[in-house]
Design a protein around this ligand. Structure first.
Ligand code: PLP
Length: 378
């Protein structure tokens, strides 16, 4: 029976990983095909099941997170949906937070109820409320996003990780493994939108889930049916991005904090959201939990919608775009962009006002970004 050639020898010594741009693999015999098909997270059977280029990125994230195993998905939302729908069934109960990325919020508020999954919402920073919301025997999943997008509230991960009898999952996209490792705090699963800082160049749409092998294998089984399989091309871009993550993240975190400090004293800003800001309410938790800070800052422009939009118009360095974590500084008006699909009540519950701006720091000189933001406000 003809077979595809084995991986060429140069791939073992190449400085960069190879791209396995294939939908599947061929086999020497039916028994070999059956053997591979039966392997969990098989990477050399059919790319919806797994792929070597995709798995190389997943393995790198598993190492960074201190996880036994990791699984990629077609996007961050693919990863979030795989965790929620792969673990929960009709009659189950989920505890999550009010402050969530918009699509995750919609998953909990609109999709879960359609499947008979009940969801309770608590304030991210209210540590006692998370425990109180648990219904023993019925709560299957406790799902946190920390820092939360866009208002950057932190969840006390050690407190969450000590809750017994449930699966705990944390969307750690805004922290990256450089700033926090949720599994070290006793969390079962960590999720990333690798579209953001992990790949870091706005050229990949990708998600990743990392945790204990048996749990990741269970999610993989569901994921093969769910079908949100990651692209090998995007996974290759993400693996390249990972190599420079520490340098990029350090600059982004430095710029975001510098913008936060400047704006906290600005007369045209009502409120600044950054977990490490002195006097911000979560600084003690941030010092303990968020080792390297984060590359985002959010703030409310005094006067609401019109002054906020005028501010965006006057900026010269940041680009107006919905993503974050890339080389360019990006600004987003959540009420009309990333959170536009939510109702006004849902936006209010997530802390998204008409005057709120989110800034994702890029790789430009910190001083230049701070000066541009200051000038555009003044
Ligand atoms: C915290 C968080 N989680 C998940 C997502 C979804 O990621 P993706 O756009 O890759 O699906 C985002 C997107 O911005 C996010 O900020």
């Amino acid at each position: 029976m003809p077979t595809a050639p084995p991986p060429s020898a140069p791939s073992a010594t190449a400085l960069a990983p190879p791209l396995w741009a294939t939908a599947g693999f061929s086999f020497e015999s039916p028994s070999e095909a059956a053997r591979r098909a039966a392997r969990p997270r098989v990477a050399d059977f059919y790319t919806r099941y797994g792929n070597p280029t995709v798995q190389a990125f997943a393995d790198a994230v598993a190492e960074l997170e201190g996880a036994e195993a990791a699984l990629c998905s077609a996007s961050g939302m693919g990863a979030v949906s795989t965790v929620v729908l792969g673990l929960c069934s009709a009659g189950d109960h989920i505890v999550t937070q009010r402050q969530l990325f918009s699509a995750t919020k919609q998953l909990f508020e609109s999709v879960c109820p359609r499947f008979g999954i009940e969801v309770s919402f608590v304030d991210a920073a209210d540590t006692a409320a998370w425990r109180e919301a648990i219904e023993p025997g019925r709560t299957t999943l406790v799902f946190a996003e920390s820092p939360a997008n866009p208002t950057l509230e932190l969840v006390d991960l050690a407190a969450l990780g000590s809750i017994p009898g449930v699966v705990t999952a944390v969307d750690s996209t805004l922290a990256t493994p450089l700033s926090q490792r949720p599994l070290d705090a006793g969390i079962d699963l960590v999720i990333h939108s690798a579209t953001k800082a992990l790949s870091g160049h706005n050229d990949a749409t990708l998600g990743v889930i990392a945790g204990e092998k048996s749990l990741v294998n269970e999610l993989w089984q569901y994921g093969v049916i769910h079908g949100a399989a990651a692209s090998p091309h995007d996974s290759l871009n993400a693996s390249r991005g990972l190599k420079t993550l520490p340098l990029r993240f350090a600059r982004q975190a430095q710029t975001a904090l510098a913008v936060a400090v400047t704006l906290s004293e600005h007369r045209r800003v009502d409120r600044v959201y950054h977990p490490c800001l002195p006097g911000g309410g979560q600084q003690e938790l941030a010092c303990r939990q968020l080792r390297a800070g984060c590359g985002l800052v959010a703030f409310e422009v005094t006067g609401g919608l019109d002054p906020a939009l005028a501010f965006l118009d006057r900026l010269t360095i940041p680009l107006l775009a919905p993503s974050l974590g890339g080389p360019e500084t990006l600004v987003n008006h959540p009420a009309s962009m990333t959170h536009a699909s939510l109702s006004p009540d849902q936006r209010a519950a997530a802390g998204v006002t008409d005057g709120l701006i989110r800034l994702s720091a890029g790789l430009e000189e910190t001083a230049a970004v701070v000066a541009d933001v200051d000038r555009a406000l003044s």
